[in-house]
Design a protein around this ligand. Sequence first.
Ligand SMILES: Cc1cc2nc3c(=O)[nH]c(=O)nc-3n(C[C@H](O)[C@H](O)[C@H](O)COP(=O)(O)OP(=O)(O)OC[C@H]3O[C@@H](n4cnc5c(N)ncnc54)[C@H](O)[C@@H]3O)c2cc1C
Length: 188
Amino acid sequence: MKTLTGVVVDASMQTNVDGIYAAGDCAETFDSLTGRSTISGVQPNAADQAYCAALNMVGKHAFQRGVRQIDVIDTLGLISSSFGQWQGVRGGQWVEVTDVRNFRYIRLEFSRDVLIGCNMVGVTEHSGILRALIQHKVHLGEWKEKLLQDPSLIKEAYTACVEQQYMERASIFHMPGATASRSAHAAY
Ligand SMILES: Cc1cc2nc3c(=O)[nH]c(=O)nc-3n(C[C@H](O)[C@H](O)[C@H](O)COP(=O)(O)OP(=O)(O)OC[C@H]3O[C@@H](n4cnc5c(N)ncnc54)[C@H](O)[C@@H]3O)c2cc1C
């Protein structure tokens, strides 16, 4: 069986031996987010991978889309969390804000105009937004510069960028002007 640090599996959690699967801390998968082979080492991924492996073992076709890079730890009531490529990437940009008095810290990592990772201590209120922006590789456009100036604008950035991207996608299906002119031609 092929091993690197862990047992190497494909996106269906199958090892290189037909019909033999691995999941969780022993399994090493390819992570499309980082482009690297990785052992996830967290419980939610272990459960997802086991579910995926089990489906394939009973003849259903399931694939893992990626490793969810999440870490959350509670230290005497102080919650620390990290998502995605929290260590940043070469050529990327980052911003951090430390509020020592209130035990709060946030660091955001960007590659071009995409948020790729974050690290937080004592900050839990925007975890869902941060995770969604990272996981869906949302293009922040001008909001990246605004966030570099003030990371607390993350909610506003999410609303603006995700809303705009939904509008763009929706407009593919709903273009009243274009439909009207096509109908007019058809009528002739
Ligand atoms: C100290 C610590 C803190 C952690 N904190 C977090 C956290 O805050 N958040 C988070 O998401 N993850 C955390 N993790 C990681 C998380 O626990 C693992 O990623 C997850 O449990 C992996 O699940 P698993 O089923 O692959 O392995 P495991 O949960 O380790 O299960 C493997 C099981 O196999 C059994 N076993 C081993 N050898 C044999 C054998 N030869 N025969 C039969 N049974 C065997 C073991 O007894 C064990 O019950 C933490 C891990 C540690 C060690």
